[in-house]
Design a protein around this ligand. Structure first.
Ligand code: HEC
Ligand code: HEC
Length: 268
């Protein structure tokens, strides 16, 4: 390489890097407005952050993977659990967890109703941050499936039952329902649900309008509050609103719903 070559190489290299730097900087400034999510920062979110600090939630929990590792990561908790459940849980965690069973316990912090709503607003705001899937391995609430999204064994099978299992995983039903017998998360275990659905519609205490197991499963998914699975008082608010979110009419297309029901009907 001659001296002139070296100089050209240097000048050209510097120029290219400068152009790349400017383009990336402009691009960051263009997209950061949407990414940083600060426009959704309401007063309730700010107050919720205060609650988070004052009660030292971070001494036990992580957000965006940061904090302490005693209790679950709460980045997506509002999407996973829904507001009515979180309101009831934060008012009295001991109604949902027991030290003998879960080995870890969230203390009853004595939050006021206002503080609870603010904390949920804050957690909902955090959940809306585009983290590109971070944290990759969140600590889960006891009993939640540990399989990471996107690592399901891809299956070419197109039978409704296999598809239905995939719908179950992809829709996040497992955040609240275990498939292990006897493991209660937010909702009852769905092990043996096909048989139990059959029994439920024949039970005198049943208040919904389904005639058979399939109808019961559909009703459970699309109108969770039509009938609250026993034990009474455990799965919904005092005025009969189920902790199961009533969002699936809007988020599940009819084919996915058929497959999901076909899968649940195999859980004898
Ligand atoms: C002393 C430790 C500790 C503190 C402080 C604490 N938590 Fe928890 N929290 C826990 C444990 C333990 C669990 C349940 C973990 C499990 O079952 O795996 C939990 C669970 C939760 C859940 C999930 C419940 C569910 O079923 O999905 C939420 C939401 C939550 N905590 C919010 C908070 C908020 C908000 C604060 C602060 C106001 C807070 N926690 C403070 C220990 C704590
Ligand atoms: C935020 C938590 C939550 C999520 C997410 C959730 N559920 Fe539920 N589910 C519950 C609770 C709580 C109950 C019990 C109260 C009731 O019957 O509505 C329940 C009840 C049920 C029942 C009736 C169980 C029985 O023993 O009678 C079925 C079936 C069911 N859910 C299926 C699903 C399916 C399928 C999904 C995913 C599309 C799902 N759930 C998502 C909380 C949840």
């Amino acid at each position: 390489m001659t001296k002139a070559d070296t100089r050209r190489f240097f000048v050209l290299g510097t120029l290219l890097c400068t152009v790349a730097f400017i383009v990336l900087t402009v691009d960051s400034h263009r997209t950061v407005v949407a990414r940083e999510h600060s426009r959704a920062l309401g007063d309730d979110v700010r107050r919720g952050l205060r609650v988070w600090g004052v009660y030292n939630c971070e001494n036990c929990h992580t957000l965006l993977g940061e904090g302490s590792y005693y209790a679950p990561d709460l980045t997506q908790i509002v999407a996973q659990r829904g507001v009515p459940y979180l309101q009831a849980f934060l008012a009295d965690p001991s109604a949902f967890y027991s030290e003998e069973e879960h080995r870890r316990l969230m203390p009853t912090l004595g939050l006021s109703a206002q503080e609870i709503d603010d904390a949920i607003a804050f957690l909902g705001w955090v959940g809306g941050i585009d983290t590109l899937g971070w944290p990759p391995r969140p600590i889960r609430v006891s009993g939640m499936p540990t399989r990471l999204p996107g690592t399901e064994t891809a299956s070419a099978a197109s039978d409704p039952v296999t598809q239905g299992r995939q719908v179950f995983d992809a829709t996040g039903c497992g955040a609240c329902h275990s498939l292990e017998p006897g493991v209660m998360l937010v909702g009852p275990s769905l092990a043996g649900i096909a048989r139990r659905a059959e029994e439920r519609v024949q039970d005198a205490a049943y208040t919904g309008s389904a005639q058979d197991a399939e109808g019961y499963l559909r009703e459970s998914i699309f109108e969770p509050s039509a009938f609250l699975a026993p034990p009474a008082g455990k799965h919904g608010t005092a005025d009969g609103l189920s902790y199961m979110p009533g969002i699936y009419t809007n988020t599940l297309d009819p084919q996915a719903a058929d497959e999901l029901v076909a899968y649940l009907l195999t859980l004898q």
